[in-house]
Write a protein that binds this ligand. Sequence first.
Ligand code: ZN
Length: 648
Amino acid sequence: MPTVPASGSGRPVAPTRGVLQPLDLRDVRIGPGFWGDRQRLNGTVVIDHCREWMERLGWIGNFRVAAGERRGREFTDADVYKLAEAMCWEAARIDRPGGSDLDAAADELSEVIAGAQEADGYLNTRFGHQGAEARYRDLEWGHELYCAGHLVQAGVARLRTHDDAGDHPLAVVATRVADHVVREFGDAGRPGVDGHPEIEMALVELYRASGADRYLEQARRFVERRGRPALDDIPFGRAYFQDDVPVRAASALRGHAVRALYLTAGAVDVAVETGDHELLEIIASQWRHTIATRTYLTGGMGSRHEGEAFGEDYELPPDRAYAETCAGVAAIMVAWRLLLATGEARYADLIERALYNVVATAVAADGQAFFYTNPLQVRVPPPVADPTAESPRAQAGLRAPWFTVSCCPPNVARLLASLSAYVATTARSALQLHQFVAGQVHAVLTDVGPVRLRVETDYPWSGSVTVQVQESPRAPWQLEVRVPTWAAGMRLALGDEVWPVAPAAGAGVTTRGYAVVDRAWSAGDELRMELPVRPRWTYPDPRLDAVRGCVAVERGPLVYCAESPATAPDDLTDDRLALVCVDDATAPDDSDTPVLGGAVAVDVLAHALEEPAGPPRRLPLIPYHLWGNRGPATMRVWLPMRPIRPIR
Ligand SMILES: [Zn+2]
């Protein structure tokens, strides 16, 4: 892999080598539209919402009274750190109004965090101080290194977004924590690992930001120690925290989904920075296996509530799906790292799928409530919850304002705040457009010079995307656009020339999954893309027992669902009673009636279960990410097909 200059500025992930180089989040401006609107909601509502709940429940206060009565679960420090990280990225976002206010709030929060740090760098409000349990006595469940990892990530976010960051308390406290961890868990120290991975990728990122080898070496140690085993056995079994076999010996992701994904992200980072091609290929193989057999149509991961875990291959029950929001965020973190390392569009495909169908789903339209789990079917309308009370449960029905375990909301907040960094990348004389987002992209192509693009689209509602070149060097360069695997029939056009491109290394598409337009560009040139976002049937793999005999509808990157109550008197009003007609004459079609603030609904024809021979009626479907915004409802993504044989 080529080596690139080590500058992590503005990048959530900043590898020193890889096929693709990420952009500074300030180099991409996401304009109004699907993601721009959500990014603004994040900046104006979600981050404040998280901060208010953490103050109200004492999670921030825990840092002020380190020796007093502590509130919340043992890992709440990590959520405060994720909030601090989100504030760093959000304050740096170029088109954010009032960025300095957020900086002031981040300064205040950083001072509170720093005040709880002990003389040797250790920092945890739950352990290690007078009257509390001793440090590192419970690596299985204590989450001390997990919390430290999130603090280091917050410190790195500060280092990468602010010029003054070296002296800022958040960066100072994070570096001191990392140094403490290296001293405590180095070769001459404790031999353990944390029951919840996270510290691994954090240490690699601090290595990238600081250039200090000791952090990378410690991350490598943690990755290699796991699975020998390093932790005590527990009722869930050691696979729960990926300590059943060494990372290199596993064939798929297993156990607790978020733990597995965080560890995988850290292992990719270690593999990339140490040049360990064998480890990178092993992880890529684990990933392919996991995507093919252990991932929901939505991109959600985690099939079991017990242990919040991946299931076996093809164990993907829609109603019992856990598919934690954090697992969606973590899957994007892993996929982004693999995309940068390999340049393969398959990873950007997964990012798109998880963004539109997990991350977008998690956040209520008003930004003040969240899903923790993201099932693909809900059989009974849930009771209306008290909007002022935290939810003790993860189960989804209606989004909750906060949870007793509230890892998900601040995780979404830090991703949305830094989302512009995930849109495009560069490689020598090429620019890759991975996500179709309205806005502007500025990049310096190392071999030719600066490029500025303007992207116009209302994707995913429309499949038309126009990329206008606003600034270009004289020398030729390559604009590479991802061709999604679902985009059969996609076309590109430049001037009068129109040509088809086909997914999966078909016509006009590289083996890595990109359509390449290589020419001498001039300001004003426009590349027009037409992605086929008409609704389509999606059939499950026949090995997927739980949804055999069912069909789903997708439209572009969006998964659709039936949700009761439906919208019109003649419609089928109970999705539990519908049998969908699937034949040549009954293709799903865009509805004329937009739903929920302008989203495109889709109509399919279906029979009521009780009268399967009668005339079919309209069954309206809405984008899955919008379900649960109209009050208590049932919902399903996989719809039973007609005909079905009677059960005798
Ligand atoms: Zn979570």
